[in-house]
Design a protein around this ligand. Structure first.
Ligand code: SF4
Length: 321
């Protein structure tokens, strides 16, 4: 099956007075039609920057995109004129973020914000857009769509606001939805409902999805493929089931131990010691070496490549050399 989105050897950096922050360093991934890719890693690993770059939402300067390539169907995202990118954003590729309050405009009703997207991208009349917006609000599980249409964001709970964001993101039937930490700001029971909703909509609307999270547990039920990122690079990439069955990279193994439902079975929830490296000062050798429980001498000076042969799936670690 040909890929809907294909990212090859992508690099993204940011210039500042302190130097060059290398946020994304040669990452490759793809998303097939109607499939979900999970991108996982701690905050500062380059997940969100990779996703924002897919929509060319990185301000340049201070950002610099490249080398690398991003193809969406037949389109070369990095060379498209800005007018064509505007047509793609929100229509072919939509994005939802962690905090709906920062994405919804507090002075407009929820309905009118969805309506605006429909009028802009689908050329709908006001009456058509209103009907479709109400239908979409009901599709994302908001009771009494007609009444909620008139509500302002502050009149809704966090979970309901996130549903409005999802309605807004999906009202033009995008081929790809990027959900960046979509449930982080919500409490656990609401989280589970939003994740269920995303899964149902991904299947019923036959779209592809990228779900970004710091928590492997969040993506476990939704993703078909998982990319684990560390310090702007791919640490490990595998079909979801395989990654959970046989995680190879010490970082992935550590992330698994931080999932309460999995670690709980063994009775102990762990925290990964140390911190994600600052993209301005990525350590020599393997970037995970200062935190790795399996560190070897060579890890401190040599940079491990992504090993593909001899392992069940690609992994960046000398243990598989
Ligand atoms: Fe750990 Fe070395 Fe593998 Fe890096 S290359 S993850 S430091 S064992």
């Amino acid at each position: 099956m040909s890929e809907l989105l294909s990212v090859e050897e992508l690099h993204v950096s940011f210039e500042s007075d302190e130097g060059t922050a290398r946020a994304v360093r040669g990452v490759s991934f793809s998303v097939a039609p109607q499939k979900t890719l999970g991108i996982v890693g701690e905050s500062g690993c380059g997940k969100s920057v990779s996703a924002l770059t897919t929509l060319r939402l990185i301000p340049q300067p201070p950002g610099r995109i490249g080398p690398g390539s991003i193809r969406f169907g037949q389109k070369d995202i990095l060379t498209l004129p800005e007018s064509q990118m505007r047509a793609i954003r929100g229509k072919d590729i939509s994005m939802i973020f962690q905090d709906p309050m920062t994405s919804l405009n507090p002075v407009y009703t929820c309905g009118s914000q969805i309506e605006e997207v429909l009028r802009l991208h689908k050329g709908a009349t006001k009456a058509e857009a209103e009907e479709q917006a109400i239908e979409m609000l009901e599709k994302v599980g908001i009771p009494d769509g007609r009444r909620s249409y008139q509500s302002f964001p502050h009149q809704m709970s966090g979970g309901m606001r996130q549903r409005v964001m999802i309605a807004m993101a999906l009202c033009c039937n995008p081929q790809l939805l990027i959900a960046d930490e979509p449930t982080t700001a919500l409490d656990v029971t609401v989280q589970a409902k939003i994740l269920d909703l995303l899964q149902q909509l991904q299947e019923s609307l036959e779209m592809s999805m990228i779900i970004i999270s710091h928590d492997l547990g969040i993506v476990s039920d939704l993703a078909h493929e998982i990319l684990v990122m560390y310090a702007g690079e791919a640490a490990e990439q595998a079909p979801a089931e395989e990654l959970f069955r046989s995680p190879l990279h010490p970082y992935t193994q550590a992330l698994l131990q931080t999932i309460p439902s999995l670690a709980g079975k063994k009775g102990r929830l762990t925290v990964i010691p140390g911190e994600v490296p600052n993209p301005l000062h990525i350590p020599d050798g393997c970037p995970f070496h200062p935190r790795c429980p399996k560190v070897m001498e060579r890890c401190k000076t040599e940079h491990p490549p992504l090993y593909r042969a001899g392992t069940s799936h690609p992994v960046r670690c000398f243990l598989y050399d």
